[in-house]
Design a binder for this molecule. Structure first.
Ligand code: FES
Length: 191
């Protein structure tokens, strides 16, 4: 458990007396190696009501999922993220064309959830290297564009496919977060 003394101030600029807590970026990054940690924040600093209180913060795990040199074009690599719980099935793929959020020298490696945002259909085995899309979903045919952050191309869904955020360190590819809410979860980190 990491403890950080954080600063606090009132939201005076907004005409409100509600307390606002601040943690500087360096302390946040130092603490974010853990998946959960506790920070200590001072509420109502500078007033007679100043009080230190604990705040639990959850962060995404940094998980090695593949090696760039071992990826084959248009061949998905499966992994679970951010945990092994329900609807965590995910994949990454080197598409051969630049994509939003893509990493690598060609910005063409992306990762997404396999679970359809409509009603949770599993879309394993539906990647198309021809159209760089995932789908159609076996339940109601939703199809998602993997070049454009998983935006819906067609079908019943109305939310984009959650994109797994990637980082490249040498030849190693790490999953470090998720953009969008995984189907079936109220919080991506509560599997
Ligand atoms: S569950 Fe995928 S389109 Fe309905």
């Amino acid at each position: 458990m990491t403890k950080i003394d954080a600063h606090a101030e009132t939201a005076a600029g907004r005409g409100s007396r509600a307390p606002r807590c601040l943690i500087d970026r360096r302390d946040f990054l130092l603490a974010s190696g853990a998946t959960t940690f506790t920070v200590w924040v001072t509420m109502n600093a500078g007033t007679a009501h100043a009080e230190k209180v604990p705040a639990k913060v959850a962060t995404y795990p940094r998980m090695k999922v593949a090696k760039l040199s071992q990826l084959e074009a248009d061949t998905p690599v499966d992994f679970s993220y951010p945990d092994d719980g329900a609807y965590a099935e995910s994949f990454l793929v080197k598409m051969g064309v630049p994509a939003g959020g893509g990493i690598g020298p060609d910005r063409d490696v992306v990762a997404f959830s396999y679970t359809c945002t409509h009603q949770g259909g599993g879309m394993q085995e539906t990647y198309s290297g021809k159209t760089k899309s995932l789908g159609p979903c076996p339940l109601h045919l939703s199809t998602y564009d993997l070049r454009r952050h998983g935006i819906l191309i067609s079908g019943q869904a109305y939310q984009s496919l959650p994109q797994v955020l990637l980082e490249l360190e040498g030849d190693d590819i790490y999953a470090v977060g998720i953009f969008g809410l995984i189907y079936g979860r109220f919080d991506n980190l509560q599997g």
